[in-house]
Write a protein that binds this ligand. Structure first.
Ligand SMILES: [Cu+2]
Length: 178
């Protein structure tokens, strides 16, 4: 009985942390679309390697967050629609972004670091545009819709964010074309 009480207290503290410490860490006052399933683990390698001729990247702000050892906190961009990830894309892949829940979302190229705010105009780039192009964006994608098919032909490290959730929720990632 005593062990059960201690466990309940621990779970209570973990739940309380969802709306307070996590929200503050993201620079906002809480989790607008529900808190991530798990708290961001510290010092984790969040990177995954995509495969296939076309890489589909899910946009979903409700994913489990991840604090990457190199690129810091990432949220809402994923290959498995479960975990926020830093995504490595084989050079010359096609790339599609799919809004899963909580849309509209965008995938905006922000440059070579995470800026304070997303100043990308978030205008949809034509199909076939390289994701490394200046001010690349998918434009707003409503829940259930996918972007045009884009291209990743220029190796590099690209910081991305969602126009609607970058500041409020910390929705951001790093795409590495290699
Ligand atoms: Cu978003």
């Amino acid at each position: 009985m005593k062990a059960g009480l201690i466990l309940a207290l621990i779970l209570g503290v973990a739940t309380a942390g969802c709306g307070s410490s996590y929200g503050n860490a993201m620079g906002g006052s809480g989790c607008l679309y529900g808190c991530p399933a798990t708290m961001p683990p510290a010092g984790t390698n969040c990177s995954v390697l995509a495969s296939g001729a076309t890489v589909t990247i899910d946009l979903n702000v409700g994913l489990a967050a991840c604090v990457d050892t190199t690129y810091t906190s990432v949220l809402g961009f994923s290959l498995d629609d479960a975990h926020s990830q830093v995504i490595k894309i084989p050079v010359n892949s096609n790339v599609v972004f799919a809004a899963m829940t909580g849309g509209p979302h965008t995938a905006d190229l922000l440059g070579s670091s995470f800026p304070a705010t997303d100043t990308n105009p978030a205008t949809a780039a034509p199909a076939g545009t390289d994701i490394s192009s200046a001010s690349f964006s998918t434009g707003p994608l409503n829940t259930g819709s996918s972007s045009a098919v884009y291209h990743a032909a220029v190796t590099g490290i690209y910081y991305f964010g969602c126009h609607f959730h970058y500041t409020t929720n910390g929705m951001r990632t790093v795409l590495i074309v290699q």
